[in-house]
Design a protein around this ligand. Structure first.
Ligand code: SAM
Ligand code: SF4
Length: 334
């Protein structure tokens, strides 16, 4: 379909893709219990898209209407010289924003280089203010280092620095108010994420999901806030504190997913296109790319695959069906 002579990516439900999440590697230096399996099987290096291949695909996606790119992983900063990729992508005409989601470990060394390369915004995952608890959930003694990463990102002058916190019953729901205080003190935009069934250890079950409503009820006990209008396609419902000191959001992927206006598409590190993370469907772009397909041919493949995008997890939840474990989160990137 053409709008103003520009091709767009549209699925059979009329949803138009605007945002591309690229997992640049499935590898990670942490082993978060809600993400990594005990014996991860890494994609062989030769099967991982090169920066040149990613750049070419991003150009093609931009021709198809993609405006925003988020780099994720695994841990995107374990990929050597990632700033070169950021520079390539931020120089593509039509890209309105490029951001990254990271565990923060490499930010003390990398934050300024990333900013210089054109990165606009950073989201750092940080799940507990309790040192022992944090270290045990990420599987490494890195609490101070991640805190330093957050501070360095704040100093580097990005347009926004956000913090992702996965809330899991019995682990950190008792820290919600403290985490809010931590984020407000630093001008960090905090996003609570409902625990999703993408944990490599298969520990997820519905009883461990602290719902958005429960999170709001806890925050209400201490703070006055109001709901902000939801941006089309946003995964997060955001709220502003009435005292003017910042905002927070909740990504209610399980209790209230926003599938009907989803505008995301994902690319795995091995070049597989994933239109919806709650579906097993994935489509190989690397083989045609490496076999010499033209941009036009790849565009047509992407359009065909995106058209088939699954309705979404909302459909399962409305039918009172539990979402299933599809793939571990480190292979898709959240
Ligand atoms: N390594 C980077 C990081 O941790 O920020 C980027 C990749 S990570 C898979 C992307 C996001 O998914 C992180 O914010 C992480 O906390 C979140 N995540 C991982 N497993 C999750 C799960 N089972 N449910 C909800 N969010 C999860
Ligand atoms: Fe690594 Fe991020 Fe997964 Fe933790 S959530 S294991 S940091 S990819």
């Amino acid at each position: 379909m053409k709008i103003n002579e520009k091709l767009i990516l549209i699925d059979s439900f009329g949803r138009v893709a605007k945002k591309l999440r690229i997992s640049v590697t499935d590898r990670c230096n942490f082993t978060c219990i809600f993400c990594m399996p005990s014996q991860p099987i890494w994609i062989p290096k030769s099967e991982i898209l090169t920066f040149e291949e990613i750049e070419r695909l991003v150009r093609i996606f931009v021709d198809l209407g993609i405006e925003k790119v988020k780099l994720t992983g695994g841990e995107p900063l374990v990929r050597n010289d990632i700033e070169l990729l950021i520079e390539k992508i931020s120089n593509i005409q039509g890209i309105k924003s490029i951001s990254i989601t990271t565990n923060g470990y490499f930010l003390p060394d990398k934050a300024f280089k990333l900013k210089e390369a054109g990165l606009k915004s950073v989201t750092i995952s940080f799940h507990s203010l309790d040192k022992e608890k944090f270290n045990s959930v990420v599987g490494k003694n890195v609490y101070e280092r991640v805190l330093k990463g957050i501070d360095t990102a704040l100093d580097a002058g990005f347009e926004s620095v956000k913090m992702n916190t996965v809330i899991i019953r019995g682990y950190n729901e008792n820290e919600i108010l403290d985490l809010i205080e931590f984020a407000r003190d630093r001008n960090l935009i905090l996003r609570f994420i409902e625990y999703m069934p993408f944990d490599g250890l298969h520990l997820w079950d519905l009883s461990k999901v602290v719902t958005g409503k429960e999170i709001l009820d806890i925050i209400k006990k201490k703070y006055d806030f109001e709901e902000k209008p939801r941006e089309n396609g946003s995964t997060s419902q955001n709220y502003r504190f009435k005292d003017g000191k910042g905002e927070f959001g909740i990504i209610t992927s399980i209790s209230r997913p926003f599938c009907s206006d989803c505008d995301r598409i994902r690319l795995k590190a091995d070049g597989k296109l994933v239109p919806c993370m709650f579906s097993k469907d994935e489509y190989d772009l690397k083989t045609p790319l490496r076999k010499g397909a033209s941009d036009e041919e790849i565009k047509n493949l992407i359009r065909t695959y995106y058209y088939r995008k699954f309705a979404g997890v909302e459909k399962l939840i409305n039918a009172q069906l539990l979402p299933k474990h599809i793939r571990p989160m480190h292979t898709i990137g959240g």
